[in-house]
Design a protein around this ligand. Sequence first.
Ligand code: DGJ
Length: 728
Amino acid sequence: MPITYDAEKRLFTLQTANTTLSFGVFDHGYLFSHYYGKKVKNADLSQLWQPGASGFTPNYDGAPDGRHALDVIPTEYPSYGGGDFREPAIGVEFENGSRLLDLVYQSHTIEKGNKEPDGLPGLSGGDETLEVTLKDAFTGLVVVLRYVVFADIDIIVRNSRIVNETGKPLYITRALSASLDLCEGKYDMISLYGGHCYERQICREPLRHGTQSVGSRRGTSSHFHNPFIALAAPETTETAGEVYAAALIYSGNFIAQADVNYQDAIRLQIGIHPADFRWKLENGDSFVTPEAVLTYSATGLNTMSQNFHNAIKYHLGHTKFRNAPRPVVINNWEATYFNFNEEKLLELIGSCNGLGIDTFVLDDGWFGHRDNDRSSLGDWFVDKNKLPHGLTPLIEKCEAQGMTFGIWFEPEMISEDSDLYRAHPDWCMRLEGRPYCRGRHQLILDLSRDDVEQYLEKVIGDILSTYRISYVKWDMNRHFTDAYSANLPADRQPEIFHRYVLNLYKLLGHLTETFPDVLFEGCSGGGGRFDMGMLYYDPQIWTSDDSDAIERLKIQYGTSLVYPPQAMTAHVSACPNHQVGRVTPFRTRAAVAMSAIFGYELNPLSLSEQERASIADQTAFYHSIQPLVMDGDFYRIVDPFTENSCCWMFVNKEKTEALLTYVQKLRIPYWHRKIKLTGLDPDATYYVDEIHGGVKFRAGGDVLMNAGMAIPCANDFEDKVFKITKVD
Ligand code: DGJ
């Protein structure tokens, strides 16, 4: 039984394979947190919190001995007004202007399994769900806290539902998904920051007293910060030490923060960013917060990542592509940019014949009169100047070569030079009459409007039902400014960001259900919306517009903190690289891209004979290892942020097969790097086989993991890839 309730002690205990979370109902009805961490058998940990006096921390009404202050007691879902001066999880404004809340326990239910939240993506296949109903007696406001246990993968999902039973409308000003009060301790905060072409770099800094946060107010989760936060003990490494982590299944504005008080107690929170957010809740209505995915590992960062990876791989979304083989794609963007016509594309597709590439994806520029990025977004009909016979000749050419056809859309945008804009100038996000910003010369379609959502269902649906299309690349290339909707009343304007996200999910839900055989790939100027919300619909996301193999080491390594390699699209592109001008070996570019969902982003005709000839070998090799990349456990071995090389490995569940990829940044004379492997069976013997070199030997799993193996001296930007197979 993953979730139990001890009625006598009024104690809830949530158990996973290796962790325990517990909290209890205190005298007044407050929900006080007891513990989250390594599994304990007896979860009565009430001795841990000693509610007592603390200077300048007022005690709540009716507190035993008048000595209980919410400011120093760990609480499950803190609110404002009752003496807890730290960051609340919820904020409301009632009709009389009061913001005071006092949430106390009413009842609870424990049920088998879990239901995904209405209108929001969530994990499925949970073991048990606990819902605890809290109420503010003075106003009648109800808050239902929801916990779902995924026992074997050490994941606990949390979110809340705010129900207005006050008889009058109210405003929600803050609605976080999870708040976790941890006992005192010293931790580093780990987050993923970045920028365009520089996504998900790892930031690890010691926590200080006060509040430290990351977040996005850009309308999407963004390149700049990722909806994830971890607190790791200072000594925690990839393979040892404790770490708490939370990620949000949401694609819009978010906040992830840690607050440390003077007693060194920590409050970890994640949810929708409260800035630029206010939601009017009519009497009888409810508001559901996105799911927060929590995990705890006592065995280092690799375990934390694998817990998240397992949640994504086996519990997020319903697309049939989640764990099915994914196509090796060739995308024409870096090969042609906007400069193509039918003849050029047919030649490009023809050049792929016999190379083992599964799908040709036609990127930006096929619609309206889009010869550059100044026009046509919104006009999703084929440009007959470039493609006089439509898409059919391209599709037929692909199919004649045993390939399928994919296409690019940027549905959420509108160009001022478009028929759509001329017909519906009020469909974009801005305030009529006021000067407004452009990003990449384009405006954002106001997807908070239902008519815009319906229009997009229709136009994209028309293309997907007219043509045999197996793959959609869904792009989004600017962040929100002028966030104003011509369709919302004044007091609902601050709802625009969340309404946009809800309708985006509605649109993606509709399209992925209507076209279940189409694989959707997410993209936002590369990896600018790489989050679990998008991954629910799009099982893979274009990881970055920076396709340089050496830059990608850090980007893919950082991304893997939360997201599995089977969620990352990575392509071999031409050299000198278009983003950084670096020249790297063709083989290294492939080795890095093969550690994810593999493809090409180049014109095969521009390659040397030798490079072109190697594509068929690369695709054959990738097809043979893709099951490992999709389903295997991923281990980070050498950190490219701190070292002159990078190494990671995949190990299948049975621990009989592994793939080790090592990439040198710059050569060091005579340097044979020794690395210790992870994840193997210590009692098994393995055969280590260098794919393109002469290293071939047998060794025990215990030897490879404890003594390690030597990597032959590698040149600048050179890869060393090894297949490791259990022999007995
Ligand atoms: C940004 C994407 O990340 C690129 O891959 C490409 O699709 C361009 N947009 C096209 O405009």
